[in-house]
Ligand binder design. Structure first.
Ligand code: NAP
Length: 456
């Protein structure tokens, strides 16, 4: 376990938030001009040029220091961030892969007066947050100073008609804290009001901060009609089933009456999944699958071996494959999916130039479905699953903001389980629970599955 105390920023308004000050008191407490934040620097975006991904070290590129706060747009709030989390996009930003994120900021900077604020020589990152609103812009209607919230990362201009049916289809859709500046890994961040959602009352700040990005992504992939919705009896193969998105995917499949088959790479992770309720787990390291015999050649007999292992566990081929490792596994995923089945993918951690045998796709009438984060409705529905305790946060470890780079290093090297939270303005862990009765009903045992199993 990591440190529990946080070297928090000195600030009158953050102290007031920590002391539980009223909405009126917070509104009349002056805002600081600067906030402590985690950022990458434009003048360092070439620092890893020519290096292999695994050697690019977030501990060299992620900095923690105070940066100026921008002017607040009418539809935004300043949020005192009690906790945030590491997402894989924090890793991508920190190693400047597949692109430096400064290109995203520059593009946003050209769009509008308010967009111009984002194109800076530092990029404050972070796509999750739980905290307290400390200022609300003049156009914010449904939220007020003092509200306790979580944040989803869908950043959309709702004046663009292309997003009216499904905001993920908006031409200017962005991921907050990845494709925008002023993200959640800070003591104070800037959030559009339409990203705000109620904080689950039975959770601590750090438990509340790890869900929105990964849970909403898994929800769209496996529950929403925009993905490959699971129905009762479906078998679902889930790669990385104890990782960030995978641990939510397992819970959504169980809630939908499906049967998850989790793939992980250690016995500890197998045990975590059993406790989560996933009865069928494959340890890919123990099995030693070699889907690629060299950099250019895949081995169909190894795909077949995985297929047999799945059948041995659940008696059938998977109706749905939850895919995100990408190049390493896509050939196998397409092969093992059931006739007529769907491979739903949102990522390519091991490489995005994918190869699979198309004969297995068309002859067996399979579908590959692309998915990305979630629209507002899906993000709210996913948040409701947390509020209702139908889904528990897979929080495995908590790091203080000053050690964000260490946490990103852990995720980059797949040394974590579930999600790592970052303590920002919260002075210590365990704070923020306002509904202890619901917490008692859910039970500490269930809420701490990943923390008890984490060996970090
Ligand atoms: P994570 O916490 O690191 O989990 C990923 C899991 O994938 C790991 O636990 C690992 O599990 C497994 N894995 C990694 N490399 C693998 C390989 N070569 N073969 C098989 N399994 C492998 O990351 P995450 O938060 O779940 O994110 C996963 C990916 O999705 C990242 O690329 C991320 O950027 C992307 N993502 C996309 C969206 C979106 O909206 N499009 C949203 C969230 C995440 P084992 O080692 O235990 O097998």
């Amino acid at each position: 376990m990591r440190a529990t105390a946080n070297l928090a920023q000195m600030s009158e308004i953050l102290d007031a938030v920590r002391a539980g000050a009223s909405s009126e008191a917070l509104a009349s407490t002056p805002m600081p001009e600067r906030s402590r934040a985690v950022f990458v620097r434009r003048d360092e975006q070439e620092m890893f040029a020519g290096m292999a991904s695994k050697d690019k070290d977030p501990r060299r590129s992620l900095h923690v220091d105070e940066v100026p706060l921008p002017e607040l747009a009418p539809d935004e709030v300043f949020l005192a961030v009690m906790a945030s989390s590491i997402n894989f996009n924090s890793v991508w930003t920190s190693i400047f892969e597949p692109l430096s994120t400064f290109g995203f900021l520059d593009r946003l900077g050209k769009e509008s007066y308010w967009g111009r604020r984002h194109a800076l020589d530092y990029h404050v990152i972070g796509s999750d947050a739980a905290g307290v609103i400390i200022r609300a812009g003049s156009a914010v209607r449904n939220w007020k100073v003092g509200d306790e919230v979580t944040v989803h990362c869908n950043y959309v201009d709702d004046q663009d008609p292309s997003g009216h049916d499904d905001s993920m289809l908006a031409g200017n859709q962005r991921i907050w804290g990845f494709e925008t500046n002023f993200g959640g890994l800070a003591d104070i961040c800037v959030v559009k009001a339409n990203q705000l959602m109620p904080k689950p009352t039975h959770l601590t700040w750090e438990e509340a901060a790890v869900n929105a990005l990964c849970n909403s992504t898994a929800y769209r992939m496996l529950v929403s009609r925009h993905g490959a919705p699971v129905t009762q009896g479906d078998k679902v193969l889930i790669w990385g089933a104890s990782g960030g998105i995978g641990s939510f995917a397992v819970q959504h499949v169980l809630n939908s009456g499906g049967t998850p088959i989790g793939v992980v790479s250690s016995e500890d992770k197998v045990e975590t999944l059993y406790e989560l309720g996933c009865q069928h787990v494959i340890n890919r390291r123990e099995k030693g699958y070699r889907f690629w015999s060299d950099d250019h050649t895949q081995d169909e007999s190894e795909w077949r071996r995985l297929g047999k292992d799945i059948r041995a566990l659940v008696g059938d081929d998977p109706d749905i494959v939850f895919e995100h490792p990408g190049r390493a596994t896509m050939g196998a995923s397409v092969f093992v999916a059931k006739r007529g089945g769907t491979i739903v993918t949102c990522a390519a951690t091991s490489g995005y130039m994918i190869e699979y045998d198309n004969r297995h796709l068309w002859m067996k009438l399979k579908t590959i479905k692309g998915s990305h984060f979630s629209n507002y409705r899906e993000a709210w529905a996913a948040n409701q699953t947390i509020i209702d305790a139908k889904v528990v946060p897979p929080l495995s470890a908590v790091f203080p903001l000053v050690d964000t780079a260490e946490a990103a290093y852990e995720v980059h090297h797949n040394r974590h389980e579930g999600k790592i939270a970052i303590l920002c303005a919260a002075p210590s862990e365990g704070l923020g629970i306002t509904n202890p009765e619901l917490r008692a009903r859910v039970g500490e045992q269930r809420l701490t599955i990943f923390r008890r199993h984490d060996k970090g």
